[in-house]
Design a protein around this ligand. Structure first.
Ligand SMILES: CC(C)(COP(=O)(O)OP(=O)(O)OC[C@H]1O[C@@H](n2cnc3c(N)ncnc32)[C@H](O)[C@@H]1OP(=O)(O)O)[C@@H](O)C(=O)NCCC(=O)NCCS
Length: 210
């Protein structure tokens, strides 16, 4: 999606930036992990295919992706952005007849960064972005039945079971964004700041000691 190609979202623990070609090598390394392939129901791709995928995430109107950066590391301008990457978060508009329905996916790829509240914060930030910028009214998350951590996280965020597919061993959790959900989301993410991505990168480069 083009809408977020120059958007940076800053939260308390994380910074979300658009998925660029420079992020692909690290992303590709992550996705070699059999554990991540299994947890995210993904097939391994070649580096070339991963670049194609990055381009399609950028260009296609039904996909919105951010790379998750560790804010503490990113705050040190001498640390390369790629070194701060910890995962990604996506919204897919899955139904061409209903642009208000979005599938949400999140991955904290770096195991050392799991269990620290990052998934929770990023999911709320992405939902808030989806509601305010993309007009999303219903979120769904498809999760492997054995992925208890992800199921627990979405349930804690008030998602409810929509259906279970025994064939794919997958549960669909969903949430409709009514007025009270919207207010809670906006309240939870009131500290989130939206910045110009390219400008922020260039400011960061200028701060690096020569
Ligand atoms: C699932 C995932 C996104 C959660 O993100 P996270 O940053 O580790 O989770 P958080 O620390 O924000 O915790 C959020 C909630 O998840 C649940 N949770 C987190 N770690 C857990 C654990 N080890 N056991 C059980 N529940 C856990 C809890 O409900 C927690 O809420 P609480 O801290 O208020 O109790 C992350 O672990 C991940 O990306 N894992 C690998 C890929 C994956 O499974 N992606 C999801 C595909 S659908």
């Amino acid at each position: 999606m083009k809408i977020n190609e120059n958007t940076l979202l800053e939260g308390n623990k994380v910074v979300l930036v658009p998925y660029n070609a420079e992020h692909v090598p690290k992303y590709h390394e992550w996705m070699k992990s059999p554990e991540l392939q299994q947890l995210t129901a993904s097939e391994p791709l070649t580096l070339e295919q991963e670049y194609d995928m990055q381009r399609s995430w950028r260009e296609d109107n039904d996909k919105c992706t951010f790379i998750i950066l560790d804010k503490q590391q990113w705050a040190d301008s001498s640390v390369e952005e790629e070194q701060c990457m910890v995962g990604d978060v996506n919204i897919f508009l899955t139904d061409p007849t209903d642009p208000t329905l979005a599938e949400l996916e999140i991955m904290i790829a770096e195991p050392s960064h799991r269990g620290k509240g990052i998934g929770n914060e990023v999911t709320r930030m992405m939902m808030s972005y989806g509601v305010t910028k993309l007009g999303v009214k219903t979120f769904e998350a498809k999760i492997g039945l054995n992925n208890q951590v992800s199921i627990a996280m979405f349930k804690k965020l008030h998602f409810q079971e929509v259906s279970v597919c025994e064939v794919f061993k997958e549960v669909t959790l969903g949430m409709t964004v009514d007025e009270s959900v919207r207010s809670r989301l906006l309240e939870d993410t009131a500290d989130m700041k939206e910045r110009d991505y390219r400008q922020t990168c260039s400011n960061r480069r200028e701060q690096v000691p020569q």
